[in-house]
Ligand binder design. Structure first.
Ligand code: AMP
Length: 450
């Protein structure tokens, strides 16, 4: 029980209000060590409750410094939480705010992609807990907007991803700005050799705790593979989404920003409310898309690996890998978006022939083989574009319709761009019943007549 973890009554009150009845395994293991002041190396995936595992004891340790004074000098940065992406940083800071709502400790978050000036006022007032992405933190240091010489606790959240994203030089620089005498906690979904090296360099005699077995995907997630020809992937995805109803949300992963953007547009065009988050979107656009998804205003959120890192969406029932990731470990991160904190979830990978090699890599990592089910492709009539989800029941099940032979099989052939086309354009998703212009008729695939 949380009550046996020696946390202050005001912290317990906040988590009780969140509806947490008992600590998750990573919380039960990590909290006593952090309270005892030990350095910690924790292996935990997103979704295991790792944010509270470091935030709750951190608040407890900073409590003696809590102050209601308005003087900035009474609120130096005492805990620094580094996160790889803006989304994760925002999310972690929200959790810090939630858990600290009854204690006079201040927090804020800084990340790149928005005007640095907007982040200055909160820093100038003074905060005990700062959540930051490494690059923007260094920008603030250079602009002398903050000092790190009173940091007592450093947390590296999703350290594996920080290394993947090339943050090592930034991390090393940040380390030189911190007091040597401090507590350091490292959280990572995987313990690669690079992570072990990072821990050796930055941690002192750490305790190691492990919430999940090495590289295992959350056990609450049902995983399956559908073998699909590349050209049929879109139809299979659209059917899959429709079969569950537009009120049932799905997070779809692609490998590239371009595919993410195109796929979201294409889904919208067939009446599935969608948006994309990827590195080329502004911070505000990403926040808007995520908020719309969380508010259930869109059915599908299409994301690249980096952009989706750390997303915490309650009750997300389905993750679809539209394309398998290049890096097998990203598969573990992707499917960790569903089946969170003990809830059950489903992950479906649409795999074409060229991706089988990647599938084998994933199977090696997970030490399991997936049955290769062949996806049945139905070419369902396309709905008119809509921008809001009609929370209606789904049309038929994805695999219920067998494809009917078209009158002329020319129409069933995939669209092939002319060799002169400089860029492969998407195939228009549907034709109006009576195309107004001849050009439209030539460019689009007519819906199948039933
Ligand atoms: P995290 O791994 O920190 O991203 O947390 C994943 C989700 O688990 C978040 O939605 C938390 O609100 C939730 N959570 C964290 N700790 C608990 C707990 N002890 N009981 C129930 N839910 C929790």
């Amino acid at each position: 029980m949380f009550s046996s973890l020696n946390l202050d009554a005001q912290i317990l009150r906040a988590i009780e209000e969140e509806g947490y009845t008992e600590p998750t395994p990573i919380q039960a293991q990590a909290i006593p060590h952090v309270l005892a002041g030990r350095d910690l190396m924790a292996m935990a995936q997103t979704g295991t409750g790792k944010t509270a595992a470091f935030t709750l004891p951190l608040l407890q340790r900073l409590l003696p410094h809590a102050s209601t004074s308005t003087s900035p000098a009474r609120h130096p940065i005492r805990a620094l939480i580094l996160a790889p992406t803006r989304e994760l940083a925002i999310q972690v800071e929200k959790s810090v705010e939630t858990y600290s709502k009854y204690v006079p400790l201040r927090s804020t978050v800084v990340f790149g992609g928005i005007d640095i000036k907007t982040q200055k006022p909160a820093l100038a007032k003074g905060v005990e807990i700062l959540v930051a992405t490494p690059g923007r933190l260094l920008d603030h240091v250079e602009s002398r907007n903050l000092m790190l010489n009173q940091v007592q606790i450093l947390i590296l959240d999703e350290a594996d991803r920080m290394l993947d994203m090339g943050f090592m030089p930034d991390l090393k620089r940040i380390l030189t700005l911190l007091p040597k005498q401090r507590q350091t906690l490292l959280f990572s979904a995987t313990f690669s050799d690079d992570i072990k090296k990072l821990a050796q360099d930055f941690l002192a005699n750490p305790v190691t705790v492990e919430a999940e077995r090495r590289n295992t995907a959350a056990e609450t997630v049902t995983q399956s593979v559908l073998m699909v020809d590349h050209d049929n992937k879109f139809d299979v995805l659209a059917d899959l989404i429709r079969s569950r109803g537009l009120g049932s949300q799905v997070l779809v992963f692609t490998r590239t920003k371009l595919t993410a953007a195109q796929l979201a547009r294409k889904l919208e065009r067939v009446g599935i409310p969608s948006d994309a988050i990827h590195g080329d979107k502004t911070q505000q656009e990403r926040i808007n898309a995520l908020d719309a998804f969380k508010a259930n205003k869109i059915t599908a959120l299409v994301a690249t690996d980096v952009a989706a890192r750390g997303l915490d969406i309650d009750q997300l029932p389905l993750v679809v890998n539209y394309e398998l990731p290049t890096n097998a470990e990203d598969y573990v991160h992707r499917i960790g978006r569903t089946g969170r904190a003990g809830a059950s979830g489903e992950a479906i990978s649409l795999v074409d022939g060229e991706e089988e090699r990647r599938l084998v890599e994933i199977e090696k990592l997970l030490k399991r083989e997936f049955p290769r089910e062949r996806a049945a492709v139905s070419v369902a009539p396309r709905a008119a574009p809509s921008h809001r989800p009609a929370k209606a029941a789904a049309p038929s099940h994805a695999h219920a319709h067998a494809r009917k032979p078209a009158a002329d099989d020319w129409f069933m052939k995939p669209y092939v761009p002319s060799p002169s086309a400089s860029k492969v354009e998407e195939q228009p998703a549907f034709c109006p019943d009576k195309p107004k212009k001849q050009l439209a008729a030539l460019l689009c695939r007519p819906p199948e007549k039933s």
